[in-house]
Ligand binder design. Structure first.
Ligand SMILES: [Zn+2]
Ligand SMILES: [Zn+2]
Length: 125
């Protein structure tokens, strides 16, 4: 999927040899959760915290609304309790939105950095 500007795209694509986990890297500023269609700024306080943002800090564009609430609604509709049951793989990334009517997230693609998966990505170092 396309992001609002090249700065955002570059920050989301940030990869660091020294820090495979972006939460450990002081240069990693932004993250995108494909699962929730949510943009966030990484808070480097030693925990795995991030702050959801509604506007791009670089170009000022309004970012698409987080689909976090809808994620829980859709799981509930499917009879799945995310705290107790196994979450289907299509709910682990943006695929679940393709079956959900509504805004542009229907077109959600695979190009975005999938935030949740970054920590487990093997390093080439
Ligand atoms: Zn780093
Ligand atoms: Zn931007």
């Amino acid at each position: 999927m396309r992001h609002c500007c090249t700065a955002m795209t570059r920050h989301l694509a940030h990869e660091c040899q020294a820090h495979p986990d972006p939460y450990d890297c002081p240069d990693a500023l932004a993250g995108f959760s494909a699962k929730f269609a949510e943009y966030g700024l990484i808070i480097h306080d030693g925990s795995r915290a991030s702050s959801t943002i509604a506007y791009c800090p670089w170009c000022g564009a309004r970012l698409p609304a987080s689909q976090r609430d809808r994620w829980f609604d859709e799981l509930e509709r499917a009879g799945i309790d995310p705290w107790r049951d196994k979450v289907p793989p299509e709910f682990e990334d943006g695929r679940w939105m393709q079956g959900v009517s509504g805004d542009g997230w229907r077109r959600c693609g695979r190009l975005a950095v999938e935030w949740e998966r970054l920590p487990s990505r093997p390093t080439s170092a």
